[in-house]
Design a binder for this molecule. Sequence first.
Ligand code: C5P
Ligand code: MG
Length: 286
Amino acid sequence: MVPELEKATVRIQQPERVLGTIRAIKEQGINKLQVISDFDMTLSRFGCNGRRCPTSHNILDNSRVISEDGKKKLRDLLHYYYPIEIDPNRTLEEKRPLMVEWWTRAHELLSQQKIQKGDIAQIVRESDVMLRDGFNELFDQLHKYNIPLFIFSAGVGDILEEIIRQANVFYSNVNVVSNYMDFDDNGVLTRFKGPLIHTYNKNNSVLQGTEYFQQLSTRTSIILLGDSMGDLTMADGVPSVENILKIGFLNDKVGVRSSRLASAPAFPRCEASGDSGEGQAAVPVI
Ligand code: C5P
Ligand code: MG
């Protein structure tokens, strides 16, 4: 029914269940469907030719507008906190305060760099960011059939919007919730607006007041795309879910993370998966 699911890079814990969900989504039709997706390392690529691609934060961190001292401090934060973010041996309760610490410290450093709003487009153009293979088809088809795409990102909203704008896919059916920069009257970054979104609070707690999912209450079929365990809760604010297909891109530490997932009873709803964006074999599953 779906030839892509036969690929060697795809891991499915309960194939019958996945096929049943896909069948149900098809039967319900496109008018009932909405897509909820993470951005960094899900819609954007994790790697290319053996090198890491930048996250929306990294694009800023590595750009020419950041001082050498600022770059070093941001890199030190990344090297300290990223292994914690993806550590399968730590609980979410342990990780959450540390993620708040990382984001807060990084945003403070970025806010000291006098970043100009008018430089954002050039910063993105000069970066190594790449969108995942097939992004055009995904965005174009969702737009063509008027299917809402909700991008829920713990990255930097201004940067990710610019990425999809430059890729010519920032269509009217795309809505973004993310961390946005706050600029003063001279267009200089002074702080980030709240609420702070990090990897492990991507749920209804940061969407209160957006009304987004309420307006789409008749769209009860969901396709959810992510790369982090924190992405699993992105649809929690949807009032009535009838069918949900969760697709995870396991980009990093593929061996360790996929074997843990295969035996983890805590992930009964984690279904299909896809390519790493590296273009090589590997990857699966949230
Ligand atoms: O869009 P998404 O929710 O995936 O964005 C979060 C990603 O940004 C995480 O994977 C995290 O590793 C990364 N990050 C970063 N630099 C920071 C904070 C988060 O690269 N200062
Ligand atoms: Mg991500």
